[in-house]
Ligand binder design. Structure first.
Ligand code: M6R
Length: 357
């Protein structure tokens, strides 16, 4: 039930700090340490390569998950769009493990890949919000998102849950493989939950940003580098799906390879700057678009912020920034859609679970 909320989407965005806390709790053992099921851990450790298969927002979570498994556990990862993988399977490694990320557990594009994977006798793990869903039943293993039902077509809390569960799985694997993982993920995730809370408590500011940048916009761009790039594509998907504003998310460095031709007087460009390694580069990209008339909205992080940044998100561990940085983009999209009187929870032409290929 959405109770006093005008939309499920708003309620579900507000639930995100609680979702992260719930995941910490669900994935902690009696000693209070983060853990995943032993069998799943062994299956991940036995793989020479992970193949993440997903669609839409879940695919975007997979892009972040790749970095977690590679950086924390040292396991190579490929991320594939289900509908592409299904009809054009790449050469596989000798011992692949397939990881299906799906909020609903019912997405037909992903399921058809799972069916093929099982025919080939490869192991499969489903990360889903819905216990007993088709992709959970048909895979060998399941990790649950514990996000509670997600009703709005636009996925918000499930994305945050997917990224958090992927972080935990990669972290636990890295520790078990003796990869010298130094961060205290449990503590860092608790900091993330508080950071998300700060953002969802800044609704007035985010509504104002939507008004200032998107009121009359026909299109919008989202740029970032490294993990911020992964969040940019998710921000663009959120905006287009609920506000019908044409949006594109891409890597900052790609601007000069074509997209910058589209920048005109007043074109909104949302730039994420949460990654220290590439902070200067992304700020350079912002200068390039501003010089061509763009209306740039820089979203940076405490410690990396500069004067003129429109929003500064609370500081979190550099690997975990997607969990927090995605939230302002969700809320900006929400308000942009509201201002345009769009049906936020049920955007045109879309279904919550896409059960046709
Ligand atoms: O249930 P799934 O995670 O498999 O769904 C995948 C996509 O259909 C889904 O994420 C879709 O892109 C959302 N509407 C995005 O907000």
């Amino acid at each position: 039930e959405k109770g006093t909320y005008p939309h499920y989407m708003l309620k579900e965005m507000d639930e995100q700090p609680g979702v992260v806390r719930k995941i910490i709790q669900e994935y902690s053992n009696e000693a209070g340490e983060l853990t995943i099921d032993d069998q799943i851990l062994e299956a991940i450790k036995a793989a020479d390569r992970l193949y993440i298969i997903a669609a839409g927002t879940s695919y975007h979570a997979g892009l972040v998950g790749k970095q977690y498994f590679e950086k924390l556990a040292g396991i190579p990862v490929e991320v594939h769009i289900s509908s592409e993988f299904g009809y054009n399977m790449p050469l596989l490694s000798e011992k692949p493990l397939f990881i299906f990320i799906t909020q609903s557990g019912e997405t037909a594009d992903s399921r058809q890949v799972l069916v093929k994977v099982k025919e080939l006798n490869y192991p499969a793990l489903t990360i889903t919000n819905v216990p007993g869903s088709t992709l959970s039943r048909e895979a060998d293993y399941t990790l649950l998102l514990h996000a509670g039902p997600e009703i709005a077509v636009a996925s918000t809390k499930a994305y945050v849950a997917q990224v958090a569960v992927l972080a935990i799985a990669a972290y636990v694997t890295g520790k078990s493989l003796g990869k010298g993982v130094v961060l205290d993920l449990k503590q860092e995730l608790a900091i993330v939950a508080n950071g998300i809370q700060t953002i969802v408590d800044s609704k007035d500011e985010l509504e104002q940003i939507a008004e200032d940048y998107l009121k009359i916009a026909r299109n919008a761009f989202f740029i970032g580098r490294n993990l911020d790039f992964c969040v940019s594509v998710e921000g663009a998907l959120k905006l287009k799906e609920i506000s019908y504003i044409q949006a594109e998310g891409f890597a900052g460095g790609e601007l000069k390879h074509g997209t910058i031709a589209l920048i005109e007087e007043g074109t909104p460009v949302f730039a994420l700057a949460t990654q220290e390694q590439v902070a200067l580069n992304i700020r350079g990209n912002v200068k390039e678009v501003v010089a061509r008339g763009a209306n740039a909205c820089i979203i940076s992080m405490e410690g990396l912020n500069e004067e003129g940044d429109r929003l500064v998100i609370p500081k979190v561990h550099t690997l975990l920034t997607p969990l927090v940085a995605v939230v302002p983009l969700q809320l900006i999209s929400y308000y942009a859609a509201l201002h345009r009187r769009c049906d936020v929870d049920k955007p045109r032409n879309l279904a919550k679970s896409v059960t046709v290929e």
